[in-house]
Structure formats: C-alpha cells, structure tokens
Design a protein around this ligand. Structure first.
Ligand code: ADP
Ligand code: ADP
Length: 237
C-alpha cells in the first residue's frame, strides 16, 4: 500500500534525519514506529503524505510515486491518508461537530459560505465518526471544553470523516495522561479492527507500542534498527 524506498531526508545542511530507509506498509496493519526523540520518526511519517519531501529515494502510495504527482493527484492521495498530531490541532472555539466537519472540506463541488457547504451526507459521516470515537454525546460541546483525551478523539474523528485508508499519528498520546492515552490507543485499535483502516503511529513509549501494535519498526539516528512482528519480539529484547 505504501512503499518507502531508500529514502534520505536532509533538512537544510544538517545531518540527514533519515538515512536510507526502506520499508513497506500493508493494508489493515497497526504499525508502531518507535525510537528516541530525534531518531526520525516524525520525519518518516511526514514523508508518507509528502508533508516532507525526500532528498533521495522514493515513496510510492498505491502504485504512485509521490514526487511525480500533480497538485490535484497529491490532494486525492492525501484525502486517503489521515494525519493526527500530538497537539490535537482543533479549533477551540468551534463545536466538536464543526471540528469534525472540517475533515469533509474539499469534498464539495463548490465552496460557497463556510458552513453552508456541507451536505446531509457530510453531517452523517461526521456524526458516525464521533460515535466511533465514543463522543456521540458531545457533538455540540465547544472544543476547548474537552479534556486532552477527548480532544485527541475529536481529531481522530476529523480524519475518519475523510474516509481514509490509513491514519498516520505522530505521538498522539505523548501529551496525555496514562488513562486518556489508553482510551486514545483503544480508539485506534477499534478503528483498525472494525473499519480495516491501517494505523501507523509514532510512539516513544515501548510498552504502549507492544500492547497495541502488530508490528514494530525501530528507528535510530535516521536508520531502521529493527522491523518485526510484535509477537516475535521476546521480553529480553
Ligand atoms: P523524532 O520524531 O523521532 O523526534 P524528527 O523526525 O522530529 O525525529 O527529527 C529527526 C531530526 O531532524 C532531528 O535532529 C530534528 O532536529 C531534525 N528536524 C526535524 N524537523 C526539522 C526541520 N523542520 N528542520 C530542521 N531539522 C529538523
Ligand atoms: P516531534 O513531534 O517529532 O518531537 P517537534 O515537536 O520536535 O516534533 O517539532 C515540531 C515541529 O518542528 C515539527 O514540524 C518538526 O518538523 C519541526 N522541527 C523539529 N526539529 C526542528 C529543527 N531542529 N529545526 C526546525 N524545525 C524543527
């Protein structure tokens, strides 16, 4: 589904953040990318939807080389790839429902007035997404009234409303307490199992990664240190 081929990323003139990374992500997988801060996790995730462009190597998504796409083709590919950030990225003064509807922006044939543009189907998808993340009761709550864990679940619902094939999440539980983190990870797991959406998540907490992910990719200094099925990793590793 996504193929990363010998990718190097160099920011300005610094040491490369990725150095010859090669790996494939498959349909329906739950992959954890782990490694210390600065090991290149965030850079790797951002190359998958071309928020970051490789200096060398290629990223192929569903058979298409991302470096060869037109603006429109790249936009279509990005619709299939949800991105969840560590810091939620919500519009605090808007309602939960409005935040999730933002995930439907760009699906309309014409942009008229901001909230006049959504159709019934958009509302239905947004409400379903909020049900899926367990926030069906909170749709009219303001974004800034929610806890951190609830905000992150709204962010997940927003990407779900895009109807993605894969969700990329960059340290989605790093700002949360243990309990909220667990609820957020449970939400990803449910989305993978029920909707067959692939989840690729950066985590610095190896325990969480082992508990939830089917496969673990370890990065160190911009290189892959290991890439294994979680159940094949023994406790001593
Ligand atoms: P991680 O997600 O594992 O913390 P990152 O991919 O964020 O790792 O960072 C890898 C390296 O690239 C680090 O040395 C970081 O400082 C550097 N880096 C990341 N983003 C940028 C950027 N936009 N400009 C310059 N250097 C960056
Ligand atoms: P991470 O979640 O990987 O720890 P950070 O919080 O360090 O990311 O970085 C936040 C943003 O700043 C990211 O978009 C990252 O690409 C960028 N960034 C990280 N390191 C640097 C750097 N050394 N110079 C410029 N931008 C950076």
């Amino acid at each position: 589904m996504i193929s990363v081929q010998d990718v190097y990323v160099t920011y300005e003139k610094r040491t490369p953040a990725l150095r010859g990374v090669t790996l494939d992500f498959h349909e329906g997988e739950f992959v954890g990318v782990i490694g210390l801060s600065g090991s290149g996790k965030s850079t790797l995730l951002k190359t998958l939807n071309r928020l970051v462009s490789p200096s060398e190597g290629r990223v192929i998504v569903e058979g298409k080389d991302l470096s060869r796409l037109s603006f429109k083709e790249l936009r279509d590919i990005r619709r299939g790839i949800g991105f969840v950030f560590q810091e939620f990225n919500l519009v605090d003064r808007s309602s939960v429902l409005e935040n999730v509807l933002i995930g439907r922006l760009g699906y309309q044939s014409s942009v008229k007035s901001f909230f006049g543009i959504f159709k019934e189907g958009d509302y239905r998808l947004a409400e379903e997404a909020l049900e899926t993340v367990g926030l069906g009761e909170k749709i009219f709550e303001r974004g800034d009234r929610l806890s951190g864990g609830q905000k992150q679940r709204v962010a997940i619902a927003k990407t779900l409303a895009q109807e993605p094939r894969v969700i990329l999440a960059d340290e989605p539980v790093a700002s949360l307490d243990q309990n909220s983190g667990k609820v957020v990870m449970d939400t990803f797991k449910r989305i993978q199992e029920k909707h067959g959406i692939s989840i690729i998540v950066n985590l610095h907490d190896v325990k969480i990664a082992r508990a939830y992910c089917d496969r673990l990719v370890g990065l160190k200094d911009g290189k892959i240190l290991f890439d294994q099925r979680t159940k094949e990793i023994s406790d001593e590793d």
